[in-house]
Design a binder for this molecule. Structure first.
Ligand SMILES: [Zn+2]
Length: 289
């Protein structure tokens, strides 16, 4: 059936869902090539991959799945996954759009090869041992369910017990609606665990990738000793349109982007992906980790 999907702007207008998460995919000739979502250049996919999923033309940072990110950040084959057996459940027997949450979880697990929207473990970064968590934006938008919160908490406790620097790469659409209030409780749980890590003198470095929003940004993403953002990353709590409607005023250009947040003191530094490993290692040495 022919639809006018491409023409329709929906009830909120065409700008309501703008941003990388909802950008329409452009037609490309085949899987070898891709189009940059920012500069629209046609790029050879292999070259982009070798460039750590960054556009060689305009430096646009594409999103990176969790497994790929682990490869990019860690010394080769040094990542040992922990808490891999903590699997999500469906306590509310939630159904949405004719699909159960349990079915949705199975689909996401098959699609990503991950059991939840975060990978947790220990690894080496330029020879420094770290407790590492990497969120997966491909898994239900990197949403924070109770098991994601649990795995992050276990990782924080591991960092404290083993006296390891904690590094979490955040990428999240926020709380997971399929788990209702249980999802929201993860904000308190992870924050409390980070408080204990801080009391124990632990170092926590957060890397905010595009996007880091909702309950994730309102809890562990923003509680780090050092907050690194990737260039151009969308970082915020509520969506721009919701805020604009609530406060009934225009928002400044680039609001909720990494560069704006750096200027206003919400993040400590913006680090290009090519320098991320070196920067993490430098910070660990600097902080005496
Ligand atoms: Zn580009």
């Amino acid at each position: 059936m022919a639809e006018t999907r491409g023409e329709s702007v929906g009830p909120y207008g065409s700008s309501a869902f703008e941003g990388p998460a909802f950008r329409k995919k452009r037609e490309v000739p085949d899987g070898l090539w891709m189009r940059c979502a920012n500069c629209e250049a046609m790029l050879y996919r292999k070259v982009v991959t070798e460039n750590l999923e960054v556009c060689p033309e305009c430096d646009y940072h594409f999103r990176v799945g969790a497994r790929n990110r682990v490869k990019q950040v860690c010394d080769p084959d040094s990542f040992e996954e922990r808490f891999a057996d903590v699997a999500p459940a469906d306590p509310l027997k939630f159904r949405w759009l004719g699909k159960t949450y349990a079915d949705r979880l199975r689909e996401e697990q098959e699609k990503t090869g991950n059991i939840e929207a975060v990978l947790t473990g220990v690894a080496y970064v330029k020879g420094r041992r770290v407790a590492l968590g990497v969120m997966d934006g491909d898994f239900l938008m990197g949403s924070m369910g109770s098991v994601l919160g649990e795995k992050i908490t276990l990782l924080i406790e591991e960092a404290a017990a083993s006296r390891l620097p904690l590094v979490i790469v955040c990428m999240s659409g926020g709380a997971r609606m399929h788990e209702g209030a249980l999802s929201l409780m993860q904000m308190a749980k992870t924050s409390a665990a980070l408080g204990r890590l801080d009391d124990a003198g632990g170092l926590y470095i957060a890397v905010l990738a595009d996007p880091t929003t909702g309950g994730t940004s309102a809890s562990f993403a923003m509680l780090a000793d050092v907050i690194i953002a990737e260039p151009g990353a969308l970082i915020g709590f509520a969506g721009q349109r919701v805020i604009a409607n609530t406060i009934k005023s225009e928002l400044p250009e680039g609001f909720q982007r990494a560069e704006f947040l750096l200027e206003h003191g919400f993040v400590d530094m913006i680090v290009p992906r090519s320098e991320l490993r070196s920067e993490i290692a430098r910070l660990i040495d600097y902080c005496g980790g």
